[in-house]
Design a protein around this ligand. Structure first.
Ligand code: PHE
Length: 339
């Protein structure tokens, strides 16, 4: 068939419509292409209406060709609509001037932050980090630490008993025994973890966190203990903070000392927080008692060392000026966002 005006016209429409369908980005675009070619007053419709005015010789095939084209355009529009639907949101409907949705970044719980700071401090000094069971036997929690049965010092540790010989550990000190039983001196370990005591008020929760420290070798003295704890306290609080070692008692250390820091609130003048003493107690420590060393079969004429136990909540309360320990456990996002 030679190219007649009808064929030329239809080829042109086919080309135009194909381009417009290909370029359509949204359903709105495709609807207007539909209207332009297949709508009541669309190009194809008008063409069909006009067939009767065509030259006689073109009439026989013009109808068929126009109807074929109509169907072809319909099909391409259908498949384009399907394609756009599959793509989901219209790309062009994204308003790039809108502010993006921000992802909120979480942070470590303040207690975890304090624990981590202390762990990093001791790791840098070459201490090994150990973890141990929270359900502990009477032997590790008390007996081996020189608290004989019925010893009044057991009273200080409001113990949750699980059975006669099992307790929720009341401190991390049982890790001293576990560490020594599995190692030979020199020993440098810390043991962070949860401990439990049957006590609850604004400065006590039934579960809290401690970090135990233990160093045993042939020439460890009280000066080493003082040196290391002084460095620790300066690292956590501030480099000029004053501290003092106050004589105390623990069955598993002799001599024993509690470490106080100058009151962070009143700087030693005396206030409500420090009960007017100017000092705040922050940890317990001492030289490991010879009975404890004997319990793990260490030669006490050769080895000695020190131990200490720090409460993470206590440190966090003083460091971040928090008056009620229970705030750490309410999971109030407004409180936690401060850290
Ligand atoms: N375990 C003691 C407590 O919880 C603290 C402590 C640890 C004291 C190590 C001395 C040596 O009270």
């Amino acid at each position: 068939m030679s190219k007649t005006p009808t064929i030329n016209k239809l080829n042109l429409l086919k080309e135009e419509a194909g381009l417009k369908i290909g370029n359509a980005l949204t359903e709105l675009d495709i609807n207007s292409v539909y209207k332009e070619y297949l709508g009541k007053k669309g190009e194809i419709s008008l063409f069909l209406k006009n067939i009767k005015n065509l030259p006689e010789e073109e009439k026989p095939y013009a109808g068929k060709l126009a109807n074929d084209l109509k169907q072809e355009i319909q099909e391409s529009i259908q498949s384009k609509i399907k394609e756009l639907k599959e793509k989901g949101d219209d790309e062009t409907s994204i308003d790039i001037t809108l502010e993006g949705r921000k992802l909120k970044r979480g942070s470590l719980h303040p207690i975890s932050q304090v624990m981590e700071e202390i762990i990093i401090f001791f790791s840098r000094l070459g201490f090994e980090v150990l973890e141990g069971p929270e359900i502990e036997s009477d032997y590790y929690n008390f007996e081996a630490l020189n608290f004989p049965k019925n010893h009044p010092a057991r009273d200080m540790q409001d113990t949750f008993y699980i059975s006669e010989n099992l307790v929720l550990r009341t401190h991390t000190s049982p890790m001293q025994i576990r560490a020594m039983a599995n190692r030979k001196p020199p020993i440098r370990v810390i043991a962070p973890g949860k401990v439990y005591r049957c006590d609850s008020d604004i400065t006590h929760t039934p579960m809290f966190h401690q970090i135990e420290g233990l160093m045993i070798d042939e020439n460890i003295t009280f000066s080493d203990l003082k040196g290391i704890l002084t460095l620790l306290v300066r690292k956590i609080f501030d480099k000029d903070i004053k501290l003092r070692f106050r004589p105390s008692f623990f069955p598993f250390t002799e001599p024993s000392a509690e470490v106080d820091i100058e009151c962070v609130k009143c700087k030693g003048k005396g206030c409500r927080i420090c009960s007017n003493s100017g000092w705040l107690e922050i940890l317990g420590s001492g030289m490991v008692h010879p009975n404890v060393l004997k319990n793990v079969n260490y030669d006490t004429s050769k080895y000695q060392g020190f131990a200490f136990g720090v409460g993470a909540e206590r440190i966090a309360m003083l460091k971040y000026d928090i008056d009620d320990i229970r705030k750490f456990y309410y999971n109030d996002i407004k409180f936690l966002n401060n850290f």
